[in-house]
Unconditional design. Sequence first.
Length: 362
Amino acid sequence: MKITDVQAHLLAIPLDGKEFPASWAWGSFNQIIVVIKTNEGITGYGEAFGYGVPQATVSVINQVLKPILIGADPTSIASLQEQMYRQTHLFGRYGITTFAISGVDIALWDIAGKCAGLPLYRLFGGAGVKKIPAYASLSRYGDLAQLRKAALHAKKAGYAMIKLHQLDVESVRTVRKAVGEGIGLTVDVNCAWTPERALAMTRQFSPYNLQWLEEPVWPPEDFKSLARLGQLSGLPLAAGENACTVFQFHEMLKAGAAIYIQPSVVKVGGASEWRKVAALAEAYNVRIAPHSPYFGPGLLATAHLIASCPCAESLEHLYFQLKAGVFTERLKFERGYFILPQGPGIGLDIDWKIMKRYSLTP
């Protein structure tokens, strides 16, 4: 089998706020869908990260990685990943080049699963499962009434945990009061604070029983400050959505920077690198709470990885609706669980009518 084509497609799908209010910093939701075709008619689908800079990631895939891949055996995943890393390291080991490699790697594993006739979680050695736990990850709100409405919607839908992206104590207080003590609550502040400010905020958050505080310190690679914050505050910390490759996670874990580590399959280096991080998490006896606020193959790949990894926590469900989904079937979330597709590879097929309708790719 040989690869005959590699293409990254950029989509922009508007939000649908009929059920509850939601917002997104970039307006429409961008998705980069990676499509790899073979001479035996098997096509693999992946997803690459590109919030804010999607055209750059698309360019790396279509202009830099494609020539490396054309004519290669798509099942030689480890070899191809090594080639992609080595031939792009001049442009930077982390960031956009690794985002691009991530999308390609997911598509290659989709092909591998289809060749084997197995869903990815079975190919990775997971036991047969029908569903995995999920939690509702709310977007950032500027209006407390809208935030409260979204949180209550998630509780009514059956989610046992809710993530906020708020920066203030009043928002956390409002949601805790609205949903009660029986719902797990986490807060992701996206690297907003200095270490000193972060410590002060952990003390203000302490009455609201957070399961974890996510990415409290700028810059995100200041693992020493994260470790010190965890020791002084006593609050469980989560970090890692901005880390690329197993090497950055190794530094994080050596520093004792987080209780929960958060590899993102569309940023870390794909499913191949995610699994290396999982092996490291087991060695350091920490939990994985994957970063996965996506709606395409990246979300499905994350779900399969969770289903095959004993140290992984629940699936992050970015909690708003899009006007359309990229698959021929809807993603199924039921009473706080994600229903895992059982088809080969990532488990679902791409809807090309939706791809064409919302495409920004010439």
